[in-house]
Ligand binder design. Structure first.
Ligand code: ADP
Length: 901
């Protein structure tokens, strides 16, 4: 390590020693500076100048700095680039003799950012800690910007798969590990597959983990952790304590706004694994990885950031609890019926600031008096919402479905809770909020400055000493005015001014033309172009009085601000509960708005049957501009018509249909109405959506390998209460392998469970249609209808019972503009292949063995299948065709090619 002799550099190294894994932003007057290696990195990442300054005997030292007022922007940039930044402040006044005292006041990391501008409004910013032992994986999850803290423990069969599934929806920006796990290369490699997650080693992990229980009890001020359900769960306690420890260390505070631990139980939520989240494009689209066009973007009608974040959470964790879902449905229905309430509430919601984040910033001592005012204004609006909710929500709402599909009224649900969800929301906005509003109102000025050090924040009559100081300042100002008038009169200069500025203090200003009249007791202070400034003994005395009073006033206001803030923060839990209530209301109002705007209906619960009438795809129906979305009906039951085997040509609407069913089930279980004319839905424990057709999903891994790992995952984890959606399973390998695997998977689903899980199986392998005969009543053939006049398919997007006649692949090629000559040739070849292949394929299926195909047939059919017609340009199609023709020629006349070789 380098050594330095200058006191400042010694101090720098002393501090830096404790923050080796951070870039140290070292405050020097109006700048934050990086030194040495940090300067090189900082200059490069921030694109700022790397300088070097002479430091006495220490020679030249590399430096790079940024102005203090812009530091947040630079910190955000560094953190986004994956660095941790330690902010080192000057703790003694700048005019202190000797070296200024400095301390690191906060460490900013990707998962602990609190800067409003750097955070996405409708996104949580999660940091997690993670540990595993034997077959148990423990996670602690926090969003320090909102005060959220949760733990989750899962049993895994394959660590890699479980990790992927847990992290996919959460998308944490930071993960901390114990040194032991961090140094395990293969584990680290697994974690690094998670995009956008920064992984850091927490050196003090063990210190917190070994005392986990007492650390948590102390943090939450509890005698037992039983209330959180983790009193005897050591792994969870350790993981949680490590995360709390890390947050305390980075924030240099006790993070008091983290008030509770939520335990996420797999039994309470529908688990959505990585592949399902991706294939349903819940949070971003598959192709562009864009939020726009995602399912969330279509269903999100929330008005507040807090509501937006909660909706995303709901979508990540659909409920597996009929009562809770019914409560949300009831609320949506009540809101739908009550237009006045809906309209009034929407107007008010728009006026609410992100109070979850305000209270978090204030809790870690970032923030100012203006934040308190904003908090007050929002709380006032929240109280108005409470009032209208109290006035308009009814007890025990009777609910009548808006669905015309439904013939009888649902029976009234008996709930252990006496209140409807809207009433609970109203009750969760506590009357104590009034107290907080009144307190801030009484103590903080209505328009305080952002700077905490310049006074002007505290109202009068809060503190008698402060009032006395203000009086002195006021009197002094009056004195100045009187003095000015007196001097003008005495000396006879009408334009004489008594003024103040921060550099020279108080002075008397006289213009040049009047200088002859100046009396002897005026001492010259400054010469200007047009005049002179003077001081008198009297004025100096008065100046000292007022400056001392102002200085004292600023100090006192600063002290009082923290006292007032402490009192406000004693209401943190009340405020957080109200914020959550508002977020819930926002989501439910959003569901009502969605239902109204897009004609969604309330689904009835059924024991087992899944029945849809005129169902639609939430996203696709909003994207079609020239055509109308064609709705479809569906009936699925466990054990009877459980597996729908859907065939039909490419582009016939198979994928859209099977995904829309999964989305409808999902929407229902997050509490929303659904896009259909009628729906009867069972409670589903898991939703699996797999696609064998996508090369985008796999991102570098072998497509087929991923497909098979995912298929295995379903077969292990599905139950008879699950919904399984499989799109073109087995497509990633050769035809025979593909058919065999798809066949075996369908068979397994049909036979393995006491009653078969509801499954939608879209395939272009027509051979699978024979399964209907083998499992009558369980596996049923359907197809997406096409109108096939003159061998030209027109897609009808209608689901019909029965097998598809053929796949129209070549007709689709024709539609895509493939030249007639090639189409004809392909057609001929197809007929030949069909004659030759059909018997073999059928023979091979039950034995699950693959056989080598005739090379030409194999190659060409594989190539044709791999073409995604919707994605190729005419030029690419032509090139592909030329390539195919060349290959055909090679097989037709092998000798010719052999000679050439
Ligand atoms: P497949 O899976 O059979 O190849 P897709 O489900 O991908 O076909 O559908 C292809 C296109 O057809 C979609 O991108 C959409 O534009 C259109 N489409 C699908 N279903 C419908 C429908 N029900 N109504 C109208 N258009 C539809």
């Amino acid at each position: 390590m380098q050594t330095f002799t200058t006191p400042m550099m010694k101090q720098y190294l002393e501090i830096k020693k404790n923050y080796q894994d951070c870039l140290l932003f070292y405050r020097m007057g109006d700048f934050y500076e990086f030194f040495l290696e940090d300067a090189t990195i900082g200059a490069q990442v921030l694109n700022i100048t790397l300088t070097s300054r002479p430091k006495g005997k220490d020679g030249r030292i590399p430096m790079a700095g940024v102005p203090f007022h812009a530091v947040d922007v630079y910190v955000a940039k560094l953190v986004k680039a994956g660095y941790k930044v330690a902010i080192c402040e000057q703790m003694s006044p700048p005019n202190t003799r000797g070296i200024i005292k400095r301390e690191v006041i906060r460490i900013v990391t990707p998962g602990t950012m609190l800067d409003e501008k750097a955070l996405e409004k409708k996104e949580n910013n999660y940091i997690i800690s993670l540990f595993y032992e034997n077959d148990q994986l423990a996670l602690a999850i926090a969003d320090i910007s909102t005060g959220y803290f949760a733990v989750k423990q899962v049993t895994f069969q394959q660590l890699a798969v479980s990790l992927q599934n847990e992290l996919a929806a959460l998308a944490p920006s930071e993960c901390i590990l114990s040194p032991q796990l961090y140094n395990d290369g293969s584990f680290l490699q697994l974690l690094k597959r998670q995009n956008g997650m920064n992984i850091f080693c927490f050196q003090d992990w063990e210190q917190f983990a070994s005392e986990a229980k007492s650390i948590l009890k102390q943090h939450f001020g509890l005698k037992t952790l039983a209330g959180f359900g983790i009193d005897d769960q050591l792994l969870l306690q350790q993981t949680a304590a490590a995360l709390i420890g890390y947050l305390q260390q980075t924030q240099k505070t006790k993070v008091i706004h983290i008030k509770r631990i939520e335990q996420l139980m797999n039994t309470e939520y529908v688990q959505l694994d990585r592949s399902t989240i991706f294939n349903l494009e819940l949070f971003s689209t598959l192709r562009e990885h864009n939020d726009k066009g995602s399912f969330l973007s279509v269903i999100d009608q929330t008005e507040t950031s807090m509501g937006g974040r909660l909706l995303k959470f709901w979508l990540r964790t659909p409920l597996y609890n009929k009562e809770k879902i019914t409560a949300r449905h009831d609320a949506v229905e009540e809101l739908l019926k009550n237009q006045t309430l809906r309209e009034e509430a929407a107007v008010l919601l728009r006026q609410i600031a992100d109070i979850e984040r305000i209270i978090s910033r204030l809790s870690v001592k970032i923030g100012n008096a203006r934040d308190l005012v904003n908090l007050k204004l929002s709380l006032q609006v929240i109280l108005q919402i409470k009032k209208i909710l109290a006035k308009q929500t009814v007890r025990h709402p009777e609910f009548i479905s808006g669905s015309s599909f439904e013939t009888k009224k649902m029976p009234k649900q008996v709930r252990h809770d006496d209140y409807s969800l809207l009433q609970q929301i109203e009750k969760n906005i506590s009357n104590e909020i009034e107290e907080v509003v009144a307190y801030i109102e009484a103590n903080i000025a209505p328009e305080p400055p952002i700077d905490l050090r310049i006074g002007g924040m505290i109202r009068s009559q809060v503190n008698t000493e402060l009032d006395a100081l203000h009086k002195t300042i006021r009197q002094s100002k009056t004195w100045m005015e009187e003095y000015e008038a007196k001097e003008r009169e005495k000396i006879g200069i009408g334009s004489l001014k008594v003024r103040f500025n921060s550099v020279f203090g108080y002075y008397i200003e006289v213009s040049k033309s009047n200088l002859a009249l100046i009396p002897d007791n005026y001492q010259r202070k400054q010469t200007l172009v047009n005049g002179e400034r003077f001081m008198t003994v009297e004025l100096k005395k008065q100046e000292e009085i007022v400056l001392r009073a102002e200085e004292k006033m600023k100090e006192l206001e600063y002290e009082l601000f923290w006292q007032i803030l402490d009192h406000v923060l004693s209401f943190t839990q009340t405020i957080q509960t109200a914020a959550n209530a508002i977020a819930q209301l926002d989501c439910l109002l959003g569901f009502a708005a969605l239902a109204q705007k897009r004609n969604y209906v309330r689904a009835q619960f059924s024991e087992d049957k899944l029945e849809l009438k005129a169902a639609r795809h939430s996203v696709v129906e909003t994207l079609l501009t020239d055509t109308r979305f064609v709705p479809n009906d569906l009936i699925l039951e466990s054990g009877e018509q459980s597996v729908l085997l859907i065939t039909g040509p490419n582009m016939a609407g198979k994928s859209v249909f099977i995904r829309q069913v999964a989305l409808i089930v999902l929407l229902n279980q997050i509490g929303s109405f659904v896009p259909a004319e009628g729906a009867k839905l069972p409670l589903v424990d898991r939703i699996f959506v797999r696609s064998g057709a996508s090369d985008v999903i796999t991102e570098g891994l072998s497509t087929f390998m991923v497909e098979m790992v995912e298929t295995a995952y379903i077969l292990y984890h599905a139950t008879q209460k699950s919904l399984i959606v499989m799109d073109e399973i087995g497509r990633g390998t050769s035809t025979y392998d593909g058919i065999s695997i798809a066949w075996a998977v369908a068979e397994y689903l049909a036979t393995h469970f006491p009653s078969c899980p509801k499954t939608l199986f879209a395939t272009h392998y027509h051979e699978l249609q024979q399964l209907e005969e083998k499992y009558p009543g369980v596996i049923v053939n359907y197809h997406m209808a096409t109108d096939n006049q003159h061998n030209q398919p027109t897609f009808l997007y209608t689901l019909m019972q029965g097998a598809a006649s053929h796949s129209f692949g070549i007709a689709v090629a024709k539609l895509a503009g493939v030249p007639e000559e090639v189409v004809q040739k392909a057609d001929k070849k197809l007929q030949l292949l069909e004659q030759q292949l059909e018997p073999q394929v059928i023979k091979v299926i039950p034995t699950l063995k693959s056989q080598p195909l005739n090379m030409a047939e194999h190659l060409i059919s594989k190539e044709l299948q791999a073409i995604d017609i919707s994605q190729v340009t005419p030029l690419e199609a032509l090139n592909k065709l030329a390539e195919l023709k060349e290959q055909l020629r090679m097989f037709d006349k092998p000798d010719e090619f052999a000679e050439r070789d």
